[in-house]
Unconditional design. Structure first.
Length: 496
């Protein structure tokens, strides 16, 4: 049999091609050793390319192929072409034609519009911060989504504009920022914002304001389970605005049995905490409040502020929920304390700290803390958990702790342990959030894991470098967690 074949396609008339293709002008030069399925692939590729050239991009899925000399015999896709064709034979095809799907490469995480969730209690200073973003700051063009049941309208004068189906569009400010109120389904409202951006709107970031008592988890869950949103947007961080003068009282509020204090929950889920109104308390009180925050969440950077003034770089583009960025930060380390929370800062905050100039410097300086939000800690004792005594089997408060271990994790054991965490018995506590970088045996990449309540995701990040120690790190934030139980479980998944 000849090694090379020049075959001509014949499209079954019932397919009713919407464009005119001349098969004689496009013979298929193939080898007799090629298979029937390889000829099908070549024909489908030709059809897609030709219809695109003719202005009607279409896709062809061939169901049946045969030699037109024997139209009753459908060919086995795995047969060699030389078994059924010779020279310049023609082959018939029948299949499904549909519009071509435009293949668009997914956007890199860093190219997506970052979305920040801003939460905090009534009177914490959220509205002041939002007004500052909308009216005064010049660093970024930000779209603010205000919850319909928020504590107060940003400014009643700004809320007078025509409604959209799911979002109410508000006046675009002189600094390029905009504001809208989401009504109903957040996901649909965000899609309308995306559509507006694609029409030419220039937005650097989106900020979603929650109500004073709102739990940020449903919004986080929306982002972790809605690919139609995360194709263009990425959840950047959860920011909690805290009133330095009243936070301790909020944390001490008595709640019903079985319920979580909302103030605890807002601190626990935060990636950064803006400790506002420092001009109303003394240095010693500021240190005590910061330490109380650390007992709950040891891994969120605490930003000092007066009159809600902070640099935009402190609350946007943090990448706290970008799993591939986990490897670029000290996941298990407590951020360095800002000078305002260190002994020897000098006198009380009352008096001179109430001046407007100093208010801008507190949050606007950007020099407080570690800069990255994950600087080295000075002996925090994460292994025993924050706020927990070493001999305490259970800590009934909301708190956090981390585990660091060198070695390689057995994949099967990891899977079983993760399934167990998803069905953790009530007596073992409630896990709010997990962040992890894992060294999995025989896997060249650092495996990252992120969970918020009942929603989780995992991915591969950077490769392990040659000679790099395979160290796994995992961070837990939750309530009444049985830390020894979780620690033993984590250590048991490693290769002995």
């Amino acid at each position: 049999m000849a090694d090379e074949l020049n075959l001509t396609v014949w499209f079954h008339p019932s397919m009713q091609l919407p464009v005119k293709i001349d098969p004689e002008a496009h013979p298929f030069k193939v080898s007799a050793t090629n298979t029937v399925v390889e000829l099908m692939d070549k024909c489908e590729e030709f059809f897609e390319k030709k219809t695109a050239e003719l202005g009607t991009p279409l896709e062809l899925q061939i169901n049946v192929l045969w030699n037109i000399k024997d139209h009753k015999k459908a060919l086995n896709p795995n047969d060699k072409l030389g078994m059924h064709f010779a020279g310049t034979d023609s082959f018939g095809v029948y299949g499904d034609i549909q519009p071509a799907v435009v293949k668009v490469a997914p956007r890199a995480e860093e190219d997506k519009v970052p979305v920040t969730i801003l939460t905090g209690f009534l009177g914490s200073g959220k509205t002041t911060l939002l007004n500052y973003i909308l009216q005064e700051q010049k660093e970024k063009k930000i779209a603010i989504i205000e919850n319909e049941f928020g504590e107060i309208s940003i400014d009643d004068a700004l809320l007078k504009q025509e409604k959209m189906n799911m979002a109410e569009k508000i006046v675009v400010m002189d600094n390029g920022c905009m504001c809208c109120t989401i009504r109903g389904d957040l996901a649909k409202g965000l899609q309308e914002i995306i559509a507006d951006i694609k029409k030419g709107g220039t937005i650097d970031a989106i900020l979603i304001e929650t109500t004073g008592m709102a739990d940020p988890v449903p919004i986080v869950r929306t982002f972790m389970s809605s690919p139609e949103i995360t194709a263009d947007l990425r959840l950047d961080a959860v920011i909690t605005m805290a009133d330095a003068k009243h936070l301790t009282g909020r944390l001490d509020d008595q709640v019903e049995e079985g319920k979580v204090n909302e103030a605890y929950q807002q601190i626990a889920f935060a990636d950064k905490i803006i400790l506002n109104k420092l001009d109303l308390i003394t240095t010693e009180e500021a240190i005590a409040v910061k330490d109380r925050i650390r007992e709950i969440n040891a891994f969120a950077k605490v930003i000092p502020a007066i009159k809600s003034r902070v640099r935009m770089s402190e609350i946007f583009d943090i990448r706290a929920h970008d799993m591939c960025n986990f490897v670029n930060v000290e996941l298990d380390k407590e951020p360095e304390a800002a000078p305002e929370f260190s002994q020897g800062h000098g006198g009380g905050h009352e008096g001179s700290h109430g001046e407007e100039e100093h208010g801008g410097g507190h949050g606007g300086d950007g020099g407080h803390g570690s800069g990255s939000g994950h600087g080295p800690a000075a002996g925090t004792g994460h292994g025993q958990g924050h706020g927990a005594k070493e001999d305490s089997r259970h800590d009934t408060r909301v708190n956090s702790f981390s585990i660091v271990k060198e070695g390689e994790i057995i994949p099967r054991k990891l899977s079983m342990w993760m399934q167990m965490l998803g069905q953790l018995p009530a007596e073992k506590g409630t896990i709010f959030r997990i962040k992890a970088i894992l060294a999995v045996k025989d896997h060249p990449f650092k495996h990252v894991f992120h969970a918020v309540m009942d929603v989780s995701d995992e991915d591969d990040a950077a490769a392990w470098e040659e000679g790099e120690k395979r160290v796994s790190k995992i961070v837990f934030i939750g309530k009444a967690m049985d830390q020894p139980f979780l620690r033993r479980g984590f250590e048991a998944i490693f290769e002995e």
